[in-house]
Design a protein. Structure first.
Length: 255
């Protein structure tokens, strides 16, 4: 079914926010969205309303609308919801899984294993999302699928940053293979063990990241923290150097 202009505008803006093409703290308006995506202000306003509901945009009265910073406490709540829903899907997944689905999962994971920015048109996290979408669709739990798709904005942005770290992305690939093998071998116990570890892993590193950021902040004068130079430097460091340990206070609300 063909998407409406409202849906397309919403999805394009959400994609750009989730993949840091539009940065946390950036000012957003219907006019800017309309110019960015060559649409009228009506679908632009609709996108703002929907993304505010999802927690990706923050409206500050008498100030404006901004891309929300990542909130670690909110991300932990989102993680709990996702974990609960995914565990609840297990019986249906094992009942409905097909050889075709497993082949598609393996194909997507091979793309992740061999991921190359020069040849892939989308970020790693989008391929990872496609992998998990197959699982959700297999379960038949449409409401759970929609909740995971629309209510995990803070958790998923941490996932994006975490996947820039090769040590983490390699573990992701390995765990995907283990999930495929568990379904193929009808081993629910193995599947549950792996899926719990898989969706929890980024939080095992979060305290280390917070401590690293605090040490960075100690070295930067307070009046320099909001300077364009610091912000642009950090953005390009994340994008080009691909290190997760520079999730800065512009990107993550630590407390």
């Amino acid at each position: 079914m063909e998407k409406s202009l409202n849906e397309e505008t919403y999805e394009k803006l959400k994609y750009d926010i989730m993949n840091f093409e539009v940065l946390p703290g950036d000012s957003i308006s219907a006019q800017k969205i309309a110019l960015r995506y060559n649409v009228s202000r009506t679908p632009a306003r609709e996108a703002i309303v929907n993304l505010e509901k999802e927690g990706l945009l923050k409206v500050i009265p008498q100030s404006g609308t901004y891309v929300a910073c990542i909130n670690c406490k909110r991300s932990e709540q989102e993680w709990f919801v996702r974990k609960s829903l995914e565990i609840g899907m297990v019986d249906a997944i094992f009942k409905n899984a097909s050889a075709d689905m497993l082949d598609k999962m393996a194909e997507l994971n091979n793309r992740l294993i061999n991921y190359d920015e020069e040849t892939e048109s989308i970020p790693r996290i989008e391929i990872d999302n496609e992998f998990h979408q197959l699982i959700y669709e297999c379960s038949g739990e449409q409401l759970a699928k929609n909740i995971i798709k629309t209510q995990m904005s803070h958790y998923n942005r941490i996932r994006y940053l975490a996947e820039l770290n090769k040590n983490i992305s390699v573990k992701t690939n390995d765990e995907h293979n283990m999930l495929i093998d568990a379904i193929r071998n009808k081993d629910k116990r193995m599947y549950l063990r792996v899926i719990k570890a898989h969706i929890s892993r980024i939080f095992n590193e979060l305290d280390k990241l917070k401590e690293y950021i605090r040490n960075i902040l100690k070295k930067i004068e307070v009046d320099e923290r909001n300077s364009p130079y610091i912000r642009i430097f950090l953005y390009h460091y994340i994008k080009k150097i691909k290190m997760t340990d520079v999730i800065y206070y512009h990107y993550v609300s630590l407390f």
